[in-house]
Design a protein around this ligand. Structure first.
Ligand code: SAM
Length: 417
């Protein structure tokens, strides 16, 4: 761990017990973290300790995670008694976060619905038909339709049960890159699972989820989970005390494709409808507004220059646009975080550096630069080496020489105006 010089007074932070690596353990059950596989930026126990230390144990402090994913921050805030907001643009992430944070009452396992006759035409237009036979699509839709009119808790548990079934039976469509999911290339590859088998799988998942939820401890903090974008936070100015977050990294993880099967359960076809996928930060799609103006800091400018002058194909074209779009979204996220936090408030981010080909992408330094120009003082910069990254899984990316990357925990305090 490397500790850098501290530009603002940090005695308070240094007096506190050392907080170790944010890394999630290979198997993490604390905070229901294993309830659904998600690219979590940090471990639940780490988030609990971090929030408790940063808030001085004051439960009145309001917590925000503008890239809340499966809700690790909001659940940790709830356990420590804080009111919290969790924002994410991916509705799949938000349902999992709601399951972890908001399903409190004992609910019923929903029983198999009556079989309806979903028309073949309708089933064929359904995004689930990328992986399932029309008969299987029709049975899954009987289930999702039957959730209407049930309690919010039962709907959340029912929907996440279907996420879990769909994910486990379609495992064969996952490639070596876990964020890229294939579609069936022909009718022969479609999964044809009988209605009875689907019913048994969905019932078993509901029973398992309710069992886990009933034995999960609950804190007193109020939690709001909202589907929105980090560049337009639905939160009032100066209303948050503490942000704990991990934004998408510049590693070309396409969260839309990674969760395309669960989005299909929600009726969203990201593979043919690009809107949601294009909105997600780090997307591999280039949006129409890619050229819109923003004022990047020095380190972000240097990265764009290094990407555009790289000798490999499309560096000055597509890859420059993708990098620029990511940096613009990050910059808009910093504007919003600065707007909603009270003067004197805290921002703690977990970020991972990476590589573009053989060029380092110093994301932690870019974030420090972006934060400082907006009036945030760096309080602590802790670095932890990362052994396995997505670029080590990608064959073509492996051709380029790289040094070990690190994950950084950077903590700032917002100076009074
Ligand atoms: C590194 S993950 C955060 C993981 C989280 N800490 C957890 O424990 O699950 C980054 C999250 O940012 C979300 N995201 C991507 N683009 C976004 C945007 N424009 N606005 C809000 N959230 C976005 C992704 O859906 C993803 O859930």
């Amino acid at each position: 761990m490397v500790q850098l010089p501290l530009p603002v007074s940090s005695d308070d932070f240094l007096d506190r017990p050392r907080i170790l690596s944010p890394k999630r353990p290979p198997v993490e059950t604390a905070g229901l973290a294993d309830i659904f596989p998600y690219y979590a930026g940090f471990a639940f126990d780490w988030a609990c300790k971090q929030l408790h230390a940063q808030s001085n144990g004051d439960p009145e402090k309001v917590v925000l995670d503008p890239w809340n994913g499966s809700g690790t921050t909001t659940l940790a805030a709830q356990s420590d008694g804080h009111p919290s907001f969790g924002i994410d643009r991916n509705p799949v992430a938000n349902l999992v976060a709601q399951l972890r944070c908001q399903v409190r009452v004992t609910g019923n396992v929903l029983l198999p619905p009556r079989r309806s006759r979903t028309s073949g035409k309708k089933a064929a237009q359904d995004a689930l038909s990328n992986w399932f036979s029309l008969a299987s699509v029709a049975r899954i839709r009987d289930w999702t339709r039957s959730f209407q009119g049930e309690s919010l808790e039962a709907r959340i548990v029912g929907t996440v049960s279907i996420f879990r079934v769909v994910r486990s039976v379609t495992e064969r469509f996952e490639g070596s890159n876990p964020t890229w999911v294939k579609r069936a290339k022909s009718d022969d590859e479609l999964l044809d699972i009988s209605p009875d088998d689907l019913d048994s799988l969905i019932l078993a998942e509901q029973e398992d989820l309710w069992g886990r939820l009933m034995s999960a401890p609950r804190g007193a903090g109020r939690t709001s989970i909202v589907t929105a974008s980090s560049d337009r936070l639905p939160i009032a100015d100066d209303s948050v005390d503490l942000i704990l977050t991990s934004p998408p990294y510049l590693t070309r993880i396409d969260y839309g494709v990674a969760y395309c099967r669960e989005l299909a359960v929600l009726g969203i076809d990201v593979l043919s409808n690009r809107d949601l996928r294009a909105d997600l930060m780090g997307t591999t799609l280039i949006r129409g507004d890619a050229a819109s103006q923003f004022k990047p800091g020095k380190i972000a400018c240097d990265l764009m220059h290094r990407v555009s002058s790289h000798s490999s194909k499309a560096s000055g074209g597509y890859y420059l646009k993708q990098t620029r779009q990511y940096l613009r979204d990050l910059s808009a996220g910093f504007d919003e975080m600065t707007r909603v936090v009270k003067p004197g408030g805290t921002l703690c981010m977990v970020v991972q550096d990476s590589y573009y080909k053989d060029e380092p992408v110093p994301l932690a330094d870019i974030c420090i630069d972006e934060a400082e120009v907006r009036g945030w003082g760096l309080v602590l910069n802790e670095q932890f080496p990362v052994k396995r990254t997505l670029t080590t899984l990608n064959k073509s990316a492996r051709e380029y020489k790289k040094a070990q990357v690190s994950e950084s925990v950077i903590t700032f305090s917002l100076r009074s105006a």
